[in-house]
Design a binder for this molecule. Structure first.
Ligand code: AMP
Ligand code: ZN
Length: 493
């Protein structure tokens, strides 16, 4: 028997606006698609929050015993600067500004994305497809939509006919917007001239001569619209209807609304059973965003090299901070919040250490089985990680009382307690056990400063064997000492 059979899970479906009992399309299997990053710059911490929310969700489904196929794409073409099909392709623009190939931009920031996610202890998705690797599939879907009468060609571009689609379907069902309101509020932009209605969106855009990312198509050289890649890749790997589609709240409209319209127009059925949207990370009360500059990069937090925080914070502490909020709530990043998370994280890790050496008794004062179920209840209530963490601190309280001899625990209960705490902390929340309250780099700096002092003493005592030994052995470890007027400094390679 798998855990999911005894642990019914409720998830908030943005499409219905309700919490629903999760029932997969295929018993024991979950198909999940999450919109990935547009790889034209470094991922900021806000992007990481959305991906982390889905990493936790992926982890919990796996923990419940489901076979999960998790598809998270890489957007390496087609994402324009403006949602209304205006402006330059974000990757092309970066390539033009830096005078490099678009694929160099893509490679650089895909590698960066993977490095950051690895630091945060993400599990890799089952499939990580790219938009440029699925141009043929996208062209086929456009042809199909056009054959079915929901798309039209204009001057080498192909647009989705929203009004036509809305005659028999419902455009706006996810975002709750009304087509008439959308039409009246749309701005007049150049690309709108080609459209029959301002709300129509591009499935294929004609490439102007200067556009470097281009592919041949039945409509001439061009590139696919951004919304289309997700329809092509999700349905290719998960089927025309699949269980879960996720992304940040800001993608609900127009991106996900357009995905629904494309899939319904082409396949004649709703593509997704449960739509999940993760909420935003804010900085100084404002949405963290690449374009506005109100953001912080993960590495700036890990190294402490920033003007916002008083010290460096390790990836696992930042992860713990994120997990302390429900994924559908807005979360504000601040120095105080990170300091508090670090304290909490250390307390949790101390209790996990203490679990190894607790004395067992004949009976227990702590009802471990009931507590364990309350951990599941938290997660089964739309992945409520803050309530789960509150339950973990309930266990910390008992662990400390048992350690102090003020409470008893039986051997069987202690085994269950150990297993449950570790499972939720490491497997489900994805935290790592690193006692680096002060941050790795700070500890390393302290040790090197101490060795520099010992080397200086040796030199004063004319003990050059020792002073040279310290310098040479540090160098072997990649730490180079540099003697200058101001004293000795060091660099770590
Ligand atoms: P992008 O690379 O811009 O396509 O964004 C990648 C993902 O990050 C999308 O799912 C966005 O919704 C999400 N995202 C962007 N900004 C934030 C933020 N401030 N907080 C949380 N998620 C965000
Ligand atoms: Zn997408």
């Amino acid at each position: 028997m798998q855990l999911y059979q005894s642990q019914p899970l409720k998830i908030y479906n943005s499409l219905s606006g309700k919490k629903e009992v999760f029932e997969p399309l295929n018993e024991g299997h979950v198909g999940m698609y999450v919109c990935g990053p547009t790889v034209y710059s470094h991922v900021h911490l806000g992007n990481c929050r959305t991906f982390m929310s889905f990493d936790m969700i992926f982890r919990y489904f796996k923990h419940l015993g489901y076979k999960v196929r998790y598809v998270r794409n890489i957007t390496d073409a087609g994402h324009l600067e403006d949602d209304a099909d205006e402006g330059e392709d974000k990757i092309s623009k970066k390539a033009r500004l830096e005078k490099i190939e678009p694929m160099e931009v893509v490679q650089r920031y895909t590698v960066d994305f993977h490095n950051i996610l690895q630091k945060f202890n993400f599990l890799p998705p089952s499939i990580e497809p790219t938009a440029t690797g699925h141009i043929i599939e996208q062209i086929e879907i456009i042809k199909d939509i056009q054959n079915k009468g929901f798309a039209y060609e204009a001057n080498g571009s192909v647009y989705f006919d929203v009004k036509k689609f809305n005659e028999q379907n419902h455009y706006g069902k996810l975002s709750g917007r009304k087509l008439e309101d959308m039409i009246s509020s749309t701005r007049e932009l150049a690309a709108q001239e080609e459209k029959r209605s301002p709300q129509d969106f591009a499935l294929w855009k004609k490439a102007e001569p200067q556009h470097i990312m281009r592919w041949p198509s039945p409509w001439g050289d061009g590139f696919p619209g951004w919304h289309l890649e997700c329809t092509a890749m999700s349905t290719k790997y998960l089927g025309e209807t699949f269980d879960i589609h996720g992304g940040g709240m800001d993608l609900k409209f127009p991106h996900h609304e357009c995905e629904i319209a494309q899939a319904e127009a082409s396949f004649g059925q709703a593509p997704v059973k449960y739509w999940l949207h993760a909420n935003m990370l804010t900085l100084n009360g404002k949405k963290m965003s690449k374009s506005t500059g109100n953001n912080i990069l993960p590495n700036e937090i890990f190294s402490g090299e920033n003007d916002i925080f008083s010290k460096a914070f390790s990836p696992t502490v930042v992860r713990f901070f994120m997990m302390q909020a429900h994924y559908t709530s807005i979360l504000d990043l601040s120095n105080d919040a990170l300091l508090a998370s670090e304290k909490g994280y250390n307390r949790l890790m101390d209790a996990i250490d203490a679990l190894e050496n607790l004395k067992v008794s004949e009976s227990s004062d702590f009802d471990v089985a009931t507590w364990r179920q309350s951990c599941y209840d938290a997660m089964n209530d739309d992945f409520n990680t803050p309530v789960l963490i509150a339950q973990l601190f309930e266990a910390v309280k008992h662990i400390n009382l048992i350690k102090e001899g003020k409470e008893k625990v039986s051997e069987a209960d202690l085994d269950m307690l150990r297993l449950t705490v570790k499972t939720f902390v490491f497997e489900v929340l994805g935290l790592e056990k690193k006692h680096e309250g002060q941050g790795d780099s700070q500890i390393l700096s302290g040790v090197i400063e101490l060795l520099i002092e010992l080397r200086n003493q040796a030199r004063t005592n004319k003990d050059f064997d020792t002073s040279d030994k310290i310098r040479d052995q540090l160098l072997e470890l990649g730490i180079q000492l540099k003697d200058g007027k101001e004293g000795t400094s060091f660099t770590v390679s």
